[in-house]
Design a protein around this ligand. Structure first.
Ligand code: SF4
Length: 204
C-alpha cells in the first residue's frame, strides 16, 4: 500500500510527498482566487472559467460539449451554468450552419468581464516570474509529466498538449522534443499545454 503524503513523517522525509502537498496548496490558491473573482461579479467559479474559455478559444471549440470536456463536468451541469450566463446577458448562442447545434459567443458585456477576470491567476504567476529560465523550464517539464500521467490514467481529459499529440516525437533528429508538424525541435520552454495545431490523428 503506498504511503500517504499527508502523513507528516512521510512528508518530511520524502521530497515527493512535499511536492504533492505543495501542489495541493496551489490548487487551493486557484480555488480561492477563482471563488473571489466570481464573488466580485456574482458568478460561480465555473461561470468565470467559461467566460475566460470563450474569450480565448477559437469558435469551433466554443460548444457546450467541449466546455464540459475541458472542465471535466457533465454536459447537464455545464448547460445550467451557460443558462445563467445567458440570463445575465454575458453569453449568447449562435446557431451553426446545420442549425441542429450552436456555438457560444460572449456579448460585449461578457467580453469586458472575461478580460478583467482572465488575470485572476496573477498572484500565482508573480513568484514564477522571479525564477531563473532553467528553474521555469524544469518546473514546466515536471508539471507536464504529471498532467500527461493524469490524462493517461483517465483522471483529467486535457488533450491538446505536445506529449499526447500525434505530431510530437521524443528523441527525433537529435532533439529530445520535436514537432513534426512545425518540422522543428521544441525547446523545453516551447512544449505546449494547449496547442491550436494539436492533433490526436496522425496526418503526416
Ligand atoms: S502540433 Fe502543437 S501539440 Fe503537436 S507537437 Fe506540435 S507544438 Fe506540440
Amino acid at each position: 500500500m503506498p504511503q500517504s503524503p499527508f502523513n507528516l513523517q512521510v512528508q518530511n522525509t520524502q521530497v515527493e510527498g512535499r511536492i504533492v502537498i505543495a501542489l495541493e496548496r496551489i490548487a487551493q490558491a486557484f480555488r480561492v482566487l477563482l471563488w473571489s473573482e466570481g464573488k466580485a461579479h456574482a458568478l460561480s467559479p465555473v461561470q468565470v472559467q467559461i467566460l475566460i474559455f470563450l474569450l480565448y478559444q477559437p469558435v469551433e471549440r466554443r460548444t457546450v460539449s467541449l466546455l464540459a470536456d475541458a472542465f471535466n463536468l457533465t454536459k447537464a451541469t455545464l448547460s445550467d451554468s451557460v443558462k445563467v450566463l445567458e440570463k445575465k446577458r454575458l453569453v449568447k448562442r449562435l446557431p451553426k450552419q446545420d442549425l441542429r447545434s450552436h456555438t457560444l459567443e460572449l456579448t460585449t458585456k461578457g467580453r469586458e468581464l472575461a478580460m478583467q477576470s482572465a488575470v485572476f491567476t496573477q498572484e500565482i504567476q508573480n513568484p514564477i516570474n522571479k525564477l531563473s529560465q532553467a528553474e521555469k523550464e524544469s518546473m514546466l517539464l515536471g508539471l507536464l509529466d504529471i498532467i500527461y500521467h493524469l490524462n493517461q490514467q483517465g483522471i483529467i481529459s486535457i488533450q491538446r498538449m505536445c506529449y499526447s499529440c500525434m505530431h510530437y516525437k521524443a528523441n527525433f533528429k537529435g532533439h529530445p522534443h520535436y514537432c513534426r508538424l512545425l518540422n522543428q525541435q521544441l525547446r523545453q520552454a516551447d512544449i505546449r499545454i494547449d496547442c491550436p495545431e494539436y492533433s490526436s490523428v496522425f496526418s503526416a
